[in-house]
Design a protein around this ligand. Structure first.
Ligand code: DGL
Length: 277
């Protein structure tokens, strides 16, 4: 019988857990292997080359663990590394394996949330500078106008466990004001960083009620379930015993505390060193 392997889920740190939580709700019997590169987060301010290099190392690690399918549950990695990995590296590294990101499934449907056709994007500096959202949304919804604001302090606040404290309010309000100031008719704001749902209660405080806030977890989860239905050759290699294994490149206790917020208190993550072979 053919061996079955978990689906890999990758993020620079804790953010991908907001996506994995929704994926697990949608595909509860599948096996998942999560890895957060917390030791090297945030990825947002790093160069294209660095994010690409870190992401490629992560993808190689997932493949070494046997994963046939890896989800980059990180917008920055999806924006800066995914295309090169899919087009240049995968055909040599592992032609039968697949790597998917979070930008495509989101941009395919984001226009449906907006009546005014004015959509705001909040993301890391890397995601915003890459212009990936603007370019991809233009393909699916050419009539939609996109406004973007980078929020460079948000991921560090989350990775340093400061996101529930009052100090975070300053940066959240400042960046939201800057985005809202770009267009009065904006009626939809996408949290285009998988860390940001952790700040949702604070974000909501500063965003008027009439504006729809869109998070990516459910969107990515739905898209993955459709992908597996459409790709039985990948789906049949995926394990389905509800196993969940977590790795972090940093401190396991910190990681377990964060992960328990999403998945209950039974998380016992393992440590790995990436890029130090
Ligand atoms: N969760 C990552 C994203 O979606 C955060 C990137 C970072 O580490 O700055 O972009």
């Amino acid at each position: 019988m053919q061996a079955k392997h978990p689906i890999g889920v990758f993020d620079s740190g804790y953010g991908g857990l907001t996506v994995l939580r929704e994926i697990v709700k949608t595909l509860p019997d599948h096996d998942f292997l999560y890895m957060g590169d917390n030791a090297r987060a945030p990825y947002g301010p790093r160069s294209f080359e660095t994010v690409y290099q870190y992401t490629l190392e992560a993808v190689q690690w997932f493949f070494d663990q046997g994963c046939e399918l890896v989800i980059l549950a990180c917008n920055t990695a999806s924006a800066k590394a995914l295309r090169t990995i899919q087009q240049r590296d995968l055909p040599q590294m592992a032609p039968g394996k697949r790597v998917l990101g979070v930008i495509r499934p989101t941009t395919e449907i984001i226009g449906r949330f907006s009546h005014t056709g004015k959509v705001g994007i909040l993301g890391t500096a890397g995601t915003v500078k890459s212009n990936s959202y603007r370019l991809e949304i233009a393909r699916f919804f050419p009539e939609v106008e996109v406004f973007q604001e980078a929020c460079p302090m948000w991921v560090p606040l989350i990775e340093n466990n400061e996101y529930q404290h009052a100090g975070a309010d300053y940066f959240v309000e400042k960046d939201i004001r800057a985005l809202l100031g770009q267009c009065r008719e904006m009626d939809t704001i996408l949290l285009a960083c998988t860390h940001y749902p952790l700040l949702l209660p604070k974000i909501r405080q500063f965003v008027p009620e009439n504006i729809t806030l869109v998070t990516q977890g459910e969107i990515v989860a739905h898209s993955l379930s459709v992908y597996l239905k459409n790709h039985p050759e990948i789906a049949e290699k995926c394990g389905r015993q509800s196993k969940r294994i977590f790795y972090t490149t940093d401190d396991v206790t910190d990681f377990d505390n964060h992960a328990s917020y999403f998945f209950g208190d039974s998380i016992a993550s393992r440590h790995l060193d990436l890029g130090r072979k």
